[in-house]
Design a protein around this ligand. Structure first.
Ligand code: FEO
Length: 396
């Protein structure tokens, strides 16, 4: 599986076909993932990023097909998160003479993860390390997506290794963007951005400007997950610039859960109101929808409409994580509305609206509340709400 991606630069990573959840169970990975690790053989031998701990032996076996791991001179750890650093103890045990190059904040995060007496070489933006014919140049990228995150650039071959940035959780038989299904690739790249990078969008824009201002030619972008951008590599940079502006599409998403189908009927009538205006929309039953997939729809949409019956003075448990995500992911340029049925108290609307408030998402109209099963006036109010939302979305 080793692939020479540029002359003397080898992908020595691992494809994890089976993983279905990442970050514990926080992020779904329907198409698996890869942990990309790059071995540069110049006068000095450099390993850029490692792989997750359970795959340490695979990494070492891959490196060993190219070179004895004890000959590694430099290990670059662009980021301390375990999916890239978990196998560092095994690498450092074998690469006995290697210096461990990290960002300034990486020294403390890697020390905090491993508590090993490794000799760190902290680097900052613009620092260079000659490795023979070419040089490594480093660019700190704090909060993309951890404080320690860093990009490594290889001169001569014009190769950018930005760690998590521009990645996708996408296991395939191939290593390059021009070899895979484009729809799947961009679905995964969008999901990755929407679920991980959205709150850092302002920093994404600034960092891209900063990197472009360095005027380093980029012929290939090799992230730490998924495929390597070989064909038109800057297309993913352009996509990130577009995603980071958070300009929504003219569409709406209705997220709901229901106990006895009252709130479902309300969701469908809101949908009819949206349809009256010709606005595209999706209705997602959160009892049957993956949370991270739903967040992609939220990311794309201008209007986010959330409905729940009242349970224990709150919302149904399937909706609660989405409300937390709305606040945490700091979506911009959205409008929101709430609805739901209730029996005797009816706090769900207030709870949803409070979360929209904390998320900085302005509300449209009055939330629609229906006692017991919604009928005539209730459903008409839902349709009117959908229409009101649709008219705003249509204007853009
Ligand atoms: Fe932030 Fe792929 O780890």
């Amino acid at each position: 599986m080793i692939t020479e991606i540029k002359k003397g630069v080898y992908w020595v990573g691992v494809v994890d076909w089976g993983i279905r959840h990442f970050h514990g169970r926080e992020l779904s990975t329907h198409r698996g993932t890869t942990y990309n690790s790059y071995l540069i053989v110049d006068k000095k031998v450099v390993l850029v990023d490692a792989v997750w701990g359970p795959f340490a032996r695979d990494l070492i076996a891959n490196i060993s097909e190219i070179i004895d791991p004890s000959k590694i001179d430099i290990v670059v750890a662009n980021h301390a998160e375990m999916d890239h650093s978990g196998s560092l103890p095994e690498v450092m045990r074998l690469a006995t003479n290697a210096q461990l190059v990290v960002s300034k904040r990486g020294a403390s995060s890697i020390e905090g993860h491993f508590h090993e007496p490794w000799q760190f070489t902290p680097v900052g933006t613009g620092d260079r390390i000659p490795i023979g014919e070419n040089e490594l140049i480093f660019v700190e990228a704090p909060m993309l997506h951890w404080p320690d995150s860093m990009f490594t650039y290889l001169t001569g071959l014009n190769l950018l290794m930005p760690n998590d940035a521009f990645g996708q959780h996408y296991a395939t038989a191939f290593r390059f963007n021009d070899e895979v299904n484009q729809e799947e690739l961009f679905e995964e790249a969008t999901k990755y951005y929407a679920n991980i990078l959205t709150p850092f969008s302002d920093l994404v824009l600034k960092k891209i400007d900063e990197v472009l201002a360095l005027k380093l030619p980029v012929d290939m972008i090799a992230p730490s997950h998924g495929i390597i951008w070989r064909k038109d590599p800057l297309q993913i940079v352009t996509k990130y610039q577009q995603w980071a502006t958070q300009k929504p599409e003219r569409r709406a998403v209705v997220l709901y859960d229901t106990m006895w189908h009252g709130t479902r009927k309300m969701a469908e009538h809101i949908g009819q109101g949206l349809a009256d205006t010709g606005v595209d929309y999706k209705i997602l039953d959160m009892s049957a929808t993956d949370r991270n997939d739903a967040l992609v729809e939220v990311f794309r949409s201008h209007a986010v409409v959330i409905g729940s019956p009242t349970l224990n003075q709150g919302v149904l448990p399937t909706l609660a994580p989405i409300l937390t995500d709305l606040v945490g992911l700091k979506f911009k340029n959205k409008i929101g509305a709430a609805f739901g049925s209730y029996g005797w108290s009816g706090e769900s609307i207030k709870v949803i609206e409070e979360h929209f408030g904390k998320a900085g998402i302005p509300l449209v109209g009055q939330g629609v509340k229906a006692k017991w099963q919604p009928v005539g006036d209730d459903l008409a109010a839902c349709r009117a709400l959908g229409k009101e939302i649709g008219q705003i979305v249509k204007k853009g």
